[in-house]
Design a protein around this ligand. Sequence first.
Ligand code: MUC
Ligand code: MG
Length: 369
Amino acid sequence: MYKSVETLLVDIPTIRSHKLSVATMQKQTLVLVKITTDDGFVGWGEATTIGGLSYAGESPESVKTNIDTYFAPLLKSVKNLNVAQTLQLIRKTINDNRFAKCAIQTALLDIQAKRLGLPISELLGGRLRDHLSVLWVLASGDTEKDIAEAKKMIEAKRHNIFKLKIGSHPVQQDVEHVIAIKKALGPDISIRVDVNRAWSETQAIYGIQQLQDGGIDLIEQPCGIENIDTLARLTERFDVAIMADEVLTGPASAYRIAKRHAADVFAVKIEQSGGLIEACEVATIAKLAGVDLYGGTMLEGPVGTIASAHAFSTFENLAFGTELFAPLLLTEQILKTPLQYENFQLAVPKAAGLGIEIDEDKIEQLRRH
Ligand code: MUC
Ligand code: MG
């Protein structure tokens, strides 16, 4: 059934340095998985992460090793199992490795959807929208450069919502940076912040109060992930929406966070969830618990971005939009036809499978050997 499973590491410089509290990126390493079947179908998936091991517990190199050593032989041994049974076998045989599991699941769904002649969204219950709102992340590390970048994006009708990466400077300095950008862009532009776990609870109380007073709309993962009580107390204390990101690692954690009402919003990510199907389960838990949704990214290239778009297109309520902007942060194009970003939105492809065509010659030029 599955003839080959290849994992490719593709290094692509970013258009500028991208500064998070946990890492400063000058390039992104796309982790692409290509699965080929005996009867000639090809499926693609992605397991990209951020800053090696500085963001999460899987690195590009560990994903490649684990797929090549464990997932690939298992998949090649599969006989007469459908996709659901194959995914169940993987879950039973391999612990953790959510990013790798997501890439494999994406490729299997890509193959299945191509077989059926349908977009992947239709295997996930069916899309409710063909376009997704997409914000831009300002993370140059310089207030004036961020303002100029945002103004260009608004004028080009590319993005009119911005997320600011903070947490690498003293709290007051970060707050002043955010408020200066909010003032420069005006009341109609939504500004959110992502602290990426950098603040203690006391720092968070001090920082969030000022951000709330300054008209900021969303506070993402202000504190560490070890203790959801902290997040719950901040959610209870402030009117401004508090969003769970790194702490949200799939359906089981979604259930725990929702039960405790430790966040107003979930940043759903297909990789953090362990796959598109699990991301949809996270969305259902959120719906039942009255938690709003936001479509997150691990800064994947076009494969992971479009896989995410298919999943997010099925969510009933996507109140905070998405951040599926990362292909635009890369200096190289790996698709034959670029993704369609227009009028502040990304189009969800309608062709079968993921609905994108990979430029394999380009990947061959860029991949690590
Ligand atoms: C994160 O923590 O949200 C998403 C956008 C970005 O710039 O970094 C990622 C990770
Ligand atoms: Mg985040």
